[in-house]
Design a protein around this ligand. Structure first.
Ligand SMILES: [Zn+2]
Length: 280
């Protein structure tokens, strides 16, 4: 049969005729596109009804608490998010930073060439490395949420370069950047991930270098700063680890692994958000 199209809502509401219902169910078994539409519709319905609502995942909500008031400041990508109808639905549903940040990834430039150029605050990252700032508790990202981000194009690996273990994760810079800290008790590595394309004009003091198969920009010092972009996400590392270990960490992070068309990214992002909520 043809795609469900406008019948998606009726299907979810159980308002199709028995025959149509059976045909639709058969179709859903073979059509990812319609199955995704049904999941989204079911999600919308469950979150928008005021009675008999299934309980949302408490840990997800917990991790989102206090974050929903964040106001996006970079209008350019935000406007793109708002124009994206599937994401408008997703944002209504989830309405918080995870949705925003996943959306930011999903609508980011697929080829890494047309996104907003960004200048990571290198000096502040260096100062943060020395312990100058503490993270506001409300900006902490729970382990569960990091797992979700990790599946949505924001690598939040539990370990890097062998024995560097993730010690914390938080949102910084108006919730537009994911900041992760790693340590093995000796070496320490902070990793920042934000959407955009690296502004090459801002790299004074950096030198281009090859690390494994990756082209990165390095600023020597303590901490050493390493930055690069891939597929619409800018990665910046601040670390006192030795160069060999940094190279291993870089090799474990994306340099094209997440490449995919924008439509697929939006769909994947939404279906992941849907599955988190449905899994509760
Ligand atoms: Zn279909």
């Amino acid at each position: 049969m043809a795609h469900l199209g406008a019948d998606v809502a009726a299907y979810v509401d159980g308002q199709l005729s028995e025959t149509a219902m059976q045909a639709a169910t058969r179709h859903l078994g073979t059509c990812d596109e319609c199955a995704k539409a049904v999941r989204q519709q079911a999600l919308l319905k469950s979150r928008m009804s005021t009675v008999a609502t299934p309980a949302p995942p408490p840990r997800l909500l917990e991790s989102l608490a206090g974050l929903a008031s964040a106001t996006p400041v970079r209008e350019t990508w935000w406007e793109r998010v708002c124009r994206s109808v599937p994401f408008r639905a997703g944002l209504v549903v989830v309405g918080a930073s995870v949705a925003v940040i996943v959306a930011a990834y999903a609508v980011g430039s697929p080829d890494g060439t047309t996104g907003d150029t960004v200048v990571p605050p290198y000096d502040r990252y260096a100062a943060d490395f020395s312990g100058a700032t503490t993270v506001d508790a409300s900006n902490t990202i729970s382990d569960a949420t990091m797992s979700q981000l990790d599946g949505s194009g924001w690598p939040c690996l539990a370990t890097l370069a062998g024995d560097l273990r993730r010690t914390s994760g938080s949102y910084v810079d108006h919730h537009e950047t994911v900041a992760l800290s790693y340590s093995n008790g000796d070496a320490k590595l902070n990793l920042y991930e934000q959407t955009g394309v690296l502004d090459h004009d801002s790299l004074d003091g950096f030198k281009a270098a090859k690390m494994g198969s990756a082209l990165v920009w390095i600023r020597d010092g303590v901490p050493m700063l390493v930055t690069w972009d891939d597929d619409g996400v800018v990665y910046t590392i601040a670390t006192n680890a030795d160069r060999g270990r940094i190279a291993r960490a870089v090799a474990e992070l994306p340099k094209g692994a997440y490449r995919q068309g924008p439509v697929g990214r939006v769909g994947d992002g939404l279906s992941r958000m849907t599955s988190w909520v449905n899994a509760a």
